[in-house]
Design a protein around this ligand. Structure first.
Ligand code: NCD
Ligand code: ZN
Length: 482
């Protein structure tokens, strides 16, 4: 009989369909067997998981690890240590670093850094900007998990592309099958409003929300959906913050657009009532909104309109988060380490089932980005990426104890129930008994090589910018085929 490297005994295994008492055998980084303890092969090592739940490690498709560029905020070692402590086994890193991840060279540089420091697996986003469309092919060759397009300005001062450039970017990416993740906030609306509010003397925390009413996001989601439908590009709407965005998202899904969405704990659990208490600490893009948005966002997760939770882990220092003028406060706060405890607390309170949670945190992100079932599943043949959690453990979030370099978040002092005790990546403990396994630094690897997106479905390919130029004056318009 094959000998396993590890058998995790007598836990409760959780999949999107069921939670059941079982043991899990691991060999060569993969899950070898899931079943009754009697049926497990002999093992070199065992872990007793009695009373604990074995979840697929979370896949957080939206983190900012700031490396290269802002080592005082975070780097690949501290960011992935935070992930390990949060039960997160794969992260997708955003391109607003210095330099932005927009060329083959900057991508290669980030791969070199990440592969030398990461404790967990990762994907890297390539940037789609006004001037970077020509780099799409080289970025894919260099190994990206997808693309990021900022429709609105945010940290790093990456200019948002015009609608014309956005359409062209979609035309170029559609035939590759890769997904484009969108920061869907329309820049011209919020920029204009911010100028007006500044001129009116506003500097208070709620001025941030006043600049960015939900229409900023609704307009952007709608426009992105139209361009995705026209080109056949696959898109993902990042950080859905409002109830009003759900209508264009639902409509686009109903029309067959390959559009997915994420929301995060801060939109589900914080509200406009919290600005007075937290000041600049709560400043994030898109903003935390009025409390009436929360129920529709939860309902959208439950009915599948929103596909997943992601954190937008956006670390900054206390000094950068506590300035008096809200418009000078850096946007975002850390989240990769606290997502699982926060969501499990909601689960313990009856908000959803544990199966729902792993669907939102692991299975769906893996599916949407072409990693399923190597990632996001507990079944034979899958990577042994596991979070072993104590659902009964009550504790208080303490920013000072976070692994992230950014020790400032609106979660500080919050009572939660549910704690990852051990995290395994491809069968290796990266966090064990709440201690980082130091020598797993550099163990994490890029998942782009295992990504399998469905067949590309480009549309209107005879009308792309490239094609109309190539065809020249002799081309005759084709009949419209519905
Ligand atoms: C992010 C950051 O700090 O990089 N900030 C934020 O408020 N969300 C940028 C982003 O995700 O848009
Ligand atoms: Zn973002």
């Amino acid at each position: 009989m094959t000998t396993a490297d590890l058998v995790i005994r007598n836990g409760m295994v959780v999949t999107p369909d069921a939670a059941f008492a079982a043991s899990v055998a691991v060999r060569d980084g993969k899950i070898l067997a899931v079943g009754a303890q009697d049926a497990m092969p002999p093992a070199r090592e065992t872990l007793d998981a009695r009373g604990l739940h074995i979840l697929p490690g979370a896949i957080d498709v939206h983190v900012h690890f700031r490396d290269p560029g802002y080592p005082h905020k975070e780097d690949w070692a501290s960011g992935t240590a935070a992930a390990a402590f949060g039960g997160v086994t794969t992260v997708f890193d955003m391109p607003n670093t210095i330099p932005p991840t927009a060329t083959a060279e900057s991508l290669a540089e980030k791969h070199a850094i990440a592969s030398s420091k990461a404790h967990v697996d990762y994907g890297l986003y390539g940037l789609l900007g006004e001037e970077t469309i020509a780099h799409v092919g080289a970025l894919i060759e260099g190994g990206v998990i997808g693309f990021k397009l900022y429709m609105g300005n945010t940290f790093g001062k990456i200019p948002s592309p015009s609608t014309g450039a956005m359409l062209e970017a979609f035309e170029v990416v559609a035939p590759t099958g890769k997904r484009i993740s969108l920061h869907a906030e329309t820049n011209s609306i919020m920029e204009r409003r911010e100028t007006q509010l500044r001129n009116a003397g506003r500097r208070d925390p709620l001025a941030h929300l006043a600049c960015r009413p939900a229409v900023v996001a609704v307009e952007a989601v709608s426009r992105a959906a139209i361009l995705a439908e026209w080109t056949g590009a696959r898109i993902h709407i990042l950080h859905i913050s409002s109830a009003d965005e759900l209508r264009p998202l639902r409509e686009a899904k109903a029309r067959g657009v390959d559009i997915t969405g994420e929301t995060g704990p801060h939109y589900l659990m914080l509200s406009a009532d919290d600005y007075a208490r937290f000041g600049g600490i709560i400043r994030v893009n898109p903003p935390v909104r009025e409390a009436f948005n929360q129920e529709p966002l939860w309902a959208a997760l439950a009915d599948g309109t929103i596909d997943m939770v992601a954190t937008d882990h956006a670390p900054h220092t206390p000094e950068e988060k506590t300035r008096n003028d809200i418009f000078t406060v850096d946007c975002g706060f850390p989240g990769v380490e606290t997502q699982m405890p926060l969501m499990l607390t909601a689960m313990n309170a009856g908000r959803m089932s544990i199966c729902d949670y792993v669907r939102w945190s692991a299975a769906n992100p893996a599916r949407v980005f072409g990693l399923y079932p190597t990632k996001g599943a507990i079944q034979p043949g899958a990577d042994a990426d596991l979070a072993i959690v104590d659902l009964a453990r009550s504790w208080i979030i303490d920013d000072a104890k976070l692994q992230s370099r950014s020790r400032v978040s609106p979660w500080h002092g919050r009572a939660v129930q549910g704690l990852p005790l051990h995290t395994l990546v491809r069968g290796r403990f990266v966090m064990r008994d709440r201690v980082l396994v130091e020598d797993t630094r550099g163990f994490g690897r890029s998942v782009h090589a295992i990504q399998r997106m469905p067949e590309p479905q480009p549309r209107n390919t005879d009308k792309t910018s490239a094609e109309i130029v190539r065809a020249g004056p002799s081309a005759r318009p084709r009949e419209h085929v519905a």
